[in-house]
Design a protein around this ligand. Structure first.
Ligand code: AMP
Ligand code: MG
Length: 329
Protein backbone atom coordinates (compact mmCIF):
# COMPACT_ATOMS: atom_id res chain seq x y z
CA UNK A 1 0.00 0.00 0.00
CA UNK A 2 1.17 3.57 -0.71
CA UNK A 3 2.54 5.77 2.09
CA UNK A 4 -0.52 8.00 2.21
CA UNK A 5 -3.39 5.62 1.61
CA UNK A 6 -6.59 7.30 0.50
CA UNK A 7 -9.30 7.55 3.13
CA UNK A 8 -12.85 7.85 1.87
CA UNK A 9 -15.99 8.80 3.74
CA UNK A 10 -19.05 6.95 2.36
CA UNK A 11 -22.72 7.74 2.90
CA UNK A 12 -25.54 5.27 2.13
CA UNK A 13 -29.27 5.87 2.52
CA UNK A 14 -31.12 4.66 -0.57
CA UNK A 15 -33.87 2.98 1.48
CA UNK A 16 -33.98 1.60 5.04
CA UNK A 17 -30.45 2.07 6.29
CA UNK A 18 -28.66 5.34 6.87
CA UNK A 19 -25.02 4.41 7.15
CA UNK A 20 -21.73 6.32 7.13
CA UNK A 21 -18.28 4.77 7.01
CA UNK A 22 -14.58 5.46 6.67
CA UNK A 23 -12.67 3.07 4.46
CA UNK A 24 -9.13 2.76 3.14
CA UNK A 25 -7.59 0.07 0.93
CA UNK A 26 -6.85 -2.12 3.93
CA UNK A 27 -10.36 -2.28 5.25
CA UNK A 28 -13.19 -0.57 7.05
CA UNK A 29 -11.93 1.87 9.67
CA UNK A 30 -15.29 2.70 11.18
CA UNK A 31 -19.00 2.42 10.30
CA UNK A 32 -22.07 3.87 11.98
CA UNK A 33 -25.68 3.17 10.97
CA UNK A 34 -29.27 4.03 11.89
CA UNK A 35 -32.01 1.70 10.70
CA UNK A 36 -35.51 2.77 9.72
CA UNK A 37 -38.12 0.16 10.64
CA UNK A 38 -41.68 0.89 9.46
CA UNK A 39 -44.26 0.75 12.26
CA UNK A 40 -46.72 -0.97 9.91
CA UNK A 41 -46.47 -2.13 6.31
CA UNK A 42 -43.44 -1.74 4.08
CA UNK A 43 -40.95 1.09 3.59
CA UNK A 44 -42.63 4.47 3.16
CA UNK A 45 -40.26 6.68 1.09
CA UNK A 46 -41.03 9.98 2.84
CA UNK A 47 -40.96 8.44 6.31
CA UNK A 48 -37.64 6.77 5.53
CA UNK A 49 -36.24 10.11 4.31
CA UNK A 50 -37.46 11.81 7.50
CA UNK A 51 -35.73 9.12 9.50
CA UNK A 52 -32.49 9.72 7.62
CA UNK A 53 -32.75 13.51 8.12
CA UNK A 54 -33.37 13.00 11.83
CA UNK A 55 -30.34 10.74 12.33
CA UNK A 56 -27.98 12.39 9.82
CA UNK A 57 -26.17 14.64 12.31
CA UNK A 58 -25.65 11.77 14.75
CA UNK A 59 -24.48 9.18 12.20
CA UNK A 60 -22.23 11.55 10.21
CA UNK A 61 -21.08 13.32 13.39
CA UNK A 62 -19.94 10.08 15.04
CA UNK A 63 -17.86 9.08 12.03
CA UNK A 64 -16.29 12.53 11.67
CA UNK A 65 -15.53 12.64 15.41
CA UNK A 66 -13.78 9.33 15.08
CA UNK A 67 -11.68 10.56 12.15
CA UNK A 68 -10.63 13.63 14.17
CA UNK A 69 -9.71 11.49 17.20
CA UNK A 70 -7.51 9.31 15.00
CA UNK A 71 -6.04 12.32 13.19
CA UNK A 72 -7.27 11.09 9.79
CA UNK A 73 -7.58 13.36 6.78
CA UNK A 74 -10.44 12.52 4.43
CA UNK A 75 -9.73 12.46 0.69
CA UNK A 76 -13.28 12.39 -0.67
CA UNK A 77 -16.99 12.11 0.18
CA UNK A 78 -18.71 9.25 -1.64
CA UNK A 79 -22.50 8.99 -1.61
CA UNK A 80 -25.23 6.76 -3.06
CA UNK A 81 -26.44 8.70 -6.09
CA UNK A 82 -28.94 5.98 -7.07
CA UNK A 83 -30.86 3.82 -7.66
CA UNK A 84 -33.14 4.23 -4.69
CA UNK A 85 -36.10 6.07 -3.20
CA UNK A 86 -36.15 9.71 -4.38
CA UNK A 87 -36.73 11.42 -1.01
CA UNK A 88 -34.06 9.28 0.67
CA UNK A 89 -31.53 9.92 -2.10
CA UNK A 90 -32.10 13.69 -1.89
CA UNK A 91 -31.53 13.71 1.87
CA UNK A 92 -28.26 11.80 1.48
CA UNK A 93 -27.03 13.90 -1.46
CA UNK A 94 -27.71 17.15 0.39
CA UNK A 95 -25.64 16.00 3.36
CA UNK A 96 -22.84 14.72 1.11
CA UNK A 97 -22.66 18.00 -0.84
CA UNK A 98 -22.51 20.01 2.40
CA UNK A 99 -19.71 17.81 3.74
CA UNK A 100 -17.73 18.03 0.53
CA UNK A 101 -17.97 21.83 0.49
CA UNK A 102 -17.22 22.15 4.20
CA UNK A 103 -14.15 19.88 4.10
CA UNK A 104 -12.99 21.06 0.67
CA UNK A 105 -12.66 17.51 -0.71
CA UNK A 106 -14.16 16.02 -3.90
CA UNK A 107 -17.57 14.44 -4.10
CA UNK A 108 -17.95 11.00 -5.70
CA UNK A 109 -21.46 9.90 -6.75
CA UNK A 110 -21.70 6.13 -6.57
CA UNK A 111 -24.06 3.59 -8.12
CA UNK A 112 -25.52 1.61 -5.20
CA UNK A 113 -25.73 -1.70 -7.11
CA UNK A 114 -22.16 -1.51 -8.36
CA UNK A 115 -21.09 -0.76 -4.78
CA UNK A 116 -22.72 -4.03 -3.62
CA UNK A 117 -20.73 -5.86 -6.31
CA UNK A 118 -17.35 -4.23 -5.67
CA UNK A 119 -17.49 -4.55 -1.88
CA UNK A 120 -18.49 -8.18 -2.39
CA UNK A 121 -15.43 -8.87 -4.54
CA UNK A 122 -13.19 -7.04 -2.06
CA UNK A 123 -14.52 -8.94 0.93
CA UNK A 124 -14.96 -12.41 -0.60
CA UNK A 125 -11.88 -12.58 -2.83
CA UNK A 126 -13.89 -13.27 -6.01
CA UNK A 127 -12.01 -11.95 -9.07
CA UNK A 128 -14.29 -12.18 -12.07
CA UNK A 129 -17.60 -13.69 -10.99
CA UNK A 130 -21.06 -13.98 -12.42
CA UNK A 131 -22.92 -11.90 -9.84
CA UNK A 132 -26.33 -12.61 -8.38
CA UNK A 133 -27.56 -9.40 -6.76
CA UNK A 134 -30.71 -9.89 -4.71
CA UNK A 135 -32.08 -7.22 -2.40
CA UNK A 136 -35.20 -5.48 -1.18
CA UNK A 137 -35.40 -3.43 -4.37
CA UNK A 138 -33.32 -5.25 -6.99
CA UNK A 139 -32.85 -8.66 -8.56
CA UNK A 140 -30.18 -8.87 -11.24
CA UNK A 141 -27.78 -11.47 -12.59
CA UNK A 142 -24.70 -9.74 -14.01
CA UNK A 143 -21.17 -10.19 -15.27
CA UNK A 144 -18.42 -7.75 -16.20
CA UNK A 145 -17.94 -7.53 -19.94
CA UNK A 146 -16.10 -4.84 -21.88
CA UNK A 147 -16.16 -2.22 -19.16
CA UNK A 148 -19.71 -2.62 -17.88
CA UNK A 149 -21.56 -4.92 -15.51
CA UNK A 150 -23.92 -6.34 -18.12
CA UNK A 151 -27.32 -7.47 -16.92
CA UNK A 152 -27.90 -11.01 -18.17
CA UNK A 153 -31.21 -11.46 -16.40
CA UNK A 154 -33.37 -9.43 -14.05
CA UNK A 155 -36.81 -9.30 -12.54
CA UNK A 156 -39.62 -8.15 -14.79
CA UNK A 157 -41.68 -6.94 -11.84
CA UNK A 158 -40.76 -6.90 -8.13
CA UNK A 159 -37.49 -7.99 -6.53
CA UNK A 160 -37.20 -11.35 -4.79
CA UNK A 161 -36.70 -9.57 -1.44
CA UNK A 162 -39.84 -7.54 -1.98
CA UNK A 163 -41.78 -10.69 -2.99
CA UNK A 164 -40.82 -12.44 0.26
CA UNK A 165 -41.41 -9.31 2.39
CA UNK A 166 -44.86 -8.78 0.80
CA UNK A 167 -45.86 -12.37 1.42
CA UNK A 168 -44.57 -12.12 4.99
CA UNK A 169 -46.65 -8.99 5.67
CA UNK A 170 -49.74 -10.69 4.23
CA UNK A 171 -49.45 -13.44 6.85
CA UNK A 172 -48.86 -10.99 9.70
CA UNK A 173 -45.06 -11.00 9.96
CA UNK A 174 -43.37 -7.63 10.42
CA UNK A 175 -40.99 -5.99 7.94
CA UNK A 176 -38.45 -7.18 6.88
CA UNK A 177 -39.95 -10.62 6.44
CA UNK A 178 -36.98 -12.35 4.78
CA UNK A 179 -35.24 -13.57 7.95
CA UNK A 180 -38.57 -14.63 9.53
CA UNK A 181 -39.59 -16.65 6.46
CA UNK A 182 -36.17 -18.34 6.47
CA UNK A 183 -36.59 -19.28 10.13
CA UNK A 184 -40.11 -20.67 9.64
CA UNK A 185 -39.01 -22.67 6.58
CA UNK A 186 -36.76 -24.80 8.80
CA UNK A 187 -39.84 -26.47 10.36
CA UNK A 188 -41.55 -27.33 7.04
CA UNK A 189 -42.71 -30.87 6.29
CA UNK A 190 -43.82 -30.70 2.67
CA UNK A 191 -43.35 -28.80 -0.57
CA UNK A 192 -46.39 -27.06 -2.04
CA UNK A 193 -46.13 -26.35 -5.80
CA UNK A 194 -46.05 -22.61 -6.57
CA UNK A 195 -45.68 -20.77 -9.92
CA UNK A 196 -42.14 -20.91 -11.29
CA UNK A 197 -41.65 -18.07 -13.78
CA UNK A 198 -38.48 -17.71 -15.81
CA UNK A 199 -38.91 -15.98 -19.18
CA UNK A 200 -35.76 -16.27 -21.26
CA UNK A 201 -33.18 -14.96 -18.82
CA UNK A 202 -35.62 -12.80 -16.87
CA UNK A 203 -37.64 -13.60 -13.78
CA UNK A 204 -41.02 -12.70 -12.34
CA UNK A 205 -41.82 -12.82 -8.61
CA UNK A 206 -45.07 -10.92 -8.29
CA UNK A 207 -47.38 -13.86 -9.11
CA UNK A 208 -45.33 -16.16 -6.91
CA UNK A 209 -45.74 -13.83 -3.92
CA UNK A 210 -49.53 -13.64 -4.44
CA UNK A 211 -49.80 -17.42 -4.89
CA UNK A 212 -47.90 -17.95 -1.62
CA UNK A 213 -50.32 -15.61 0.16
CA UNK A 214 -53.24 -17.65 -1.23
CA UNK A 215 -51.57 -20.95 -0.30
CA UNK A 216 -51.12 -19.78 3.30
CA UNK A 217 -54.92 -19.72 3.68
CA UNK A 218 -55.07 -23.50 3.12
CA UNK A 219 -51.67 -24.84 4.14
CA UNK A 220 -49.32 -24.80 7.07
CA UNK A 221 -47.35 -21.52 7.15
CA UNK A 222 -43.97 -23.23 7.54
CA UNK A 223 -44.64 -25.33 4.41
CA UNK A 224 -45.55 -22.20 2.43
CA UNK A 225 -42.43 -20.35 3.63
CA UNK A 226 -40.29 -23.29 2.58
CA UNK A 227 -42.00 -23.67 -0.80
CA UNK A 228 -41.76 -19.96 -1.54
CA UNK A 229 -38.01 -20.02 -0.86
CA UNK A 230 -37.41 -23.22 -2.84
CA UNK A 231 -39.32 -21.92 -5.87
CA UNK A 232 -37.86 -18.40 -5.90
CA UNK A 233 -34.31 -19.59 -5.28
CA UNK A 234 -34.51 -22.37 -7.91
CA UNK A 235 -35.50 -19.70 -10.45
CA UNK A 236 -32.49 -17.59 -9.43
CA UNK A 237 -30.10 -20.54 -9.57
CA UNK A 238 -31.32 -21.49 -13.06
CA UNK A 239 -30.67 -18.02 -14.49
CA UNK A 240 -27.33 -17.71 -12.67
CA UNK A 241 -26.18 -21.02 -14.08
CA UNK A 242 -27.07 -19.98 -17.62
CA UNK A 243 -25.44 -16.54 -17.21
CA UNK A 244 -22.29 -18.24 -15.98
CA UNK A 245 -22.17 -20.53 -19.01
CA UNK A 246 -22.95 -17.69 -21.40
CA UNK A 247 -20.39 -15.24 -19.97
CA UNK A 248 -17.86 -18.06 -19.47
CA UNK A 249 -17.30 -17.32 -15.80
CA UNK A 250 -15.84 -19.84 -13.39
CA UNK A 251 -16.96 -17.97 -10.29
CA UNK A 252 -20.31 -17.01 -8.81
CA UNK A 253 -20.76 -14.35 -6.15
CA UNK A 254 -23.92 -13.66 -4.16
CA UNK A 255 -24.57 -10.09 -2.91
CA UNK A 256 -27.45 -7.99 -1.53
CA UNK A 257 -29.61 -8.37 1.57
CA UNK A 258 -31.35 -11.60 0.48
CA UNK A 259 -27.85 -13.08 0.20
CA UNK A 260 -27.96 -13.47 3.99
CA UNK A 261 -30.28 -16.44 3.38
CA UNK A 262 -28.35 -19.66 4.07
CA UNK A 263 -30.58 -21.78 1.84
CA UNK A 264 -29.93 -19.59 -1.21
CA UNK A 265 -26.18 -19.79 -0.58
CA UNK A 266 -26.40 -23.56 -0.23
CA UNK A 267 -28.30 -23.97 -3.52
CA UNK A 268 -25.83 -21.76 -5.42
CA UNK A 269 -22.89 -23.59 -3.87
CA UNK A 270 -24.32 -26.95 -4.99
CA UNK A 271 -24.79 -25.66 -8.54
CA UNK A 272 -21.18 -24.39 -8.58
CA UNK A 273 -19.83 -27.71 -7.31
CA UNK A 274 -21.68 -29.54 -10.08
CA UNK A 275 -20.17 -27.21 -12.70
CA UNK A 276 -16.63 -27.15 -11.29
CA UNK A 277 -17.05 -23.47 -10.44
CA UNK A 278 -16.31 -21.61 -7.23
CA UNK A 279 -18.91 -19.93 -5.06
CA UNK A 280 -18.12 -16.70 -3.16
CA UNK A 281 -20.14 -15.28 -0.28
CA UNK A 282 -19.06 -12.00 1.34
CA UNK A 283 -19.42 -11.69 5.14
CA UNK A 284 -22.99 -11.03 6.26
CA UNK A 285 -22.23 -7.49 7.52
CA UNK A 286 -21.51 -6.46 3.91
CA UNK A 287 -24.67 -8.03 2.43
CA UNK A 288 -27.38 -5.51 3.32
CA UNK A 289 -27.01 -1.81 2.50
CA UNK A 290 -24.00 -0.30 4.28
CA UNK A 291 -21.85 2.84 4.19
CA UNK A 292 -18.61 0.90 3.73
CA UNK A 293 -19.59 -0.33 0.26
CA UNK A 294 -20.23 3.25 -0.88
CA UNK A 295 -16.91 4.42 0.56
CA UNK A 296 -15.09 1.51 -1.08
CA UNK A 297 -16.49 2.11 -4.57
CA UNK A 298 -15.74 5.83 -4.04
CA UNK A 299 -12.15 4.83 -3.35
CA UNK A 300 -11.90 2.76 -6.54
CA UNK A 301 -13.46 5.55 -8.59
CA UNK A 302 -11.28 8.29 -7.13
CA UNK A 303 -8.14 6.23 -7.76
CA UNK A 304 -9.19 5.83 -11.39
CA UNK A 305 -9.57 9.60 -11.64
CA UNK A 306 -13.34 9.92 -11.34
CA UNK A 307 -15.18 12.45 -9.18
CA UNK A 308 -18.54 14.20 -9.38
CA UNK A 309 -18.69 17.99 -9.82
CA UNK A 310 -21.46 19.62 -7.77
CA UNK A 311 -23.42 20.37 -10.95
CA UNK A 312 -23.55 16.64 -11.77
CA UNK A 313 -24.48 15.47 -8.28
CA UNK A 314 -28.23 15.32 -8.92
CA UNK A 315 -29.76 12.11 -7.56
CA UNK A 316 -30.55 9.29 -10.01
CA UNK A 317 -33.47 7.21 -8.65
CA UNK A 318 -33.47 4.95 -11.73
CA UNK A 319 -29.67 4.69 -12.13
CA UNK A 320 -29.00 1.41 -14.01
CA UNK A 321 -26.12 -0.88 -13.07
CA UNK A 322 -25.06 -1.21 -16.71
CA UNK A 323 -24.94 2.60 -17.15
CA UNK A 324 -21.75 2.72 -15.12
CA UNK A 325 -18.48 2.60 -17.02
CA UNK A 326 -16.13 0.44 -14.95
CA UNK A 327 -12.88 2.39 -15.18
CA UNK A 328 -11.11 0.80 -12.21
CA UNK A 329 -10.98 -2.91 -13.07
P1 AMP B 1 -31.02 -4.72 0.97
O1 AMP B 1 -32.07 -4.02 0.15
O2 AMP B 1 -29.85 -5.21 0.14
O3 AMP B 1 -30.54 -3.96 2.15
O4 AMP B 1 -31.71 -6.04 1.57
C1 AMP B 1 -32.92 -6.02 2.27
C2 AMP B 1 -33.72 -7.26 1.92
O5 AMP B 1 -33.02 -8.43 2.36
C3 AMP B 1 -35.09 -7.34 2.53
O6 AMP B 1 -36.01 -7.68 1.51
C4 AMP B 1 -34.96 -8.47 3.56
O7 AMP B 1 -36.16 -9.17 3.79
C5 AMP B 1 -33.95 -9.35 2.88
N1 AMP B 1 -33.30 -10.30 3.79
C6 AMP B 1 -32.50 -10.04 4.85
N2 AMP B 1 -32.14 -11.18 5.47
C7 AMP B 1 -32.73 -12.21 4.77
C8 AMP B 1 -32.75 -13.63 4.90
N3 AMP B 1 -32.10 -14.24 5.87
N4 AMP B 1 -33.47 -14.35 3.99
C9 AMP B 1 -34.14 -13.73 2.98
N5 AMP B 1 -34.16 -12.40 2.82
C10 AMP B 1 -33.46 -11.63 3.70
MG1 MG C 1 -29.02 -2.58 -1.63
Amino acid sequence: MSENPLIIFGLEGTAWNLSAALVNEEGVIYEKSATYTPAIGGIHPREAAQHHAEYMAKVVGDVLARSREDGLKLDAIAFSQGPGLGPCLRTVATAARALSLHLGVPLVGVNHCVAHIEVGKWQSGARDPAVIYVSGANTQILALRRGHYRIFGETLDISVGNAIDKFARSVGLTHPGGPKVEELAHSAKEYIPLPYTVKGMDLSFSGLSTAATQAAKKHDLTDVCYSLQETAFAMLVEVTERAMAHAEKKEVMLVGGVGANARLGEMLNTMCLERGAKFFLPPRSFMGDNGSMIAYLGLLMLKSGASTPLGESKVRPGYRTDDVRVTWA
